[in-house]
Design a protein around this ligand. Sequence first.
Ligand code: PGA
Length: 250
Amino acid sequence: MRKKIIAGNWKMNMLPNETISFIEELAPLVKDTENEVILCVPYTDLFYALLTVQGTNIKIGAQNMHFEEKGAYTGEISGQMLKSINVEYVIIGHSERRQYYNETDESVNKKVKAAFNVGLKPIVCVGETLEEREANKTVEIITTQTQLALEGLSKEEVENTIIAYEPIWAIGTGKTATSEDANNSIKEIRNKIAEIYGQNTASRVIIQYGGSVKSSNAKELFTTSDIDGGLVGGASLKAEEFSKIINFDK
Ligand code: PGA
């Protein structure tokens, strides 16, 4: 049985003092969950977040990284830097990064490999635009993105990759994919992984849904056959609301 993993993606929100109070409020609300809880916070909050989650079941992730270990890349942060302060997870290839910062399937693949090289667990985002959806290209887009992101990884690495299926039209829009739709897309991603890496590997990969997840729809989404939790943006900024999403099965 795959476990459920609920990850918050704070995007460019929250200052260190807000991070500390958020975690202090969230920790007691989620201490009894069997689901895995991750908060992906801005770089400037990482250190404070890591200190504050000590002794709790909350794990910390970053939202991006560079694929090189070090060098002349002004303004960038490497996987090694994240690992050195004990960050565990890193979001890679979020659609906002693909859209605004020219992230490509190729750079996503390089980052995923670089993450594994330093022992970080990647949360890889894939998803179709509204245009692609209307042109009936959803399956082709998301399976190709998945295949290219994972290219060259070992089966073990694939099993340790979290994939977040996030239809772009559902991100921050209040429009959620129906649970049936999201589950079907995720099944297609899993089938693609099975085709390349075998059924055993595919059945172990955690595939989340993301896009306007909130406490009112979390249960319906996360109790389908193939959705293994969620990557949550807006609704992860309020501790109480986020705790209800994490405790969807309580
Ligand atoms: P949202 O964002 O929950 O605010 O739609 C999800 C995401 O971008 O990861």
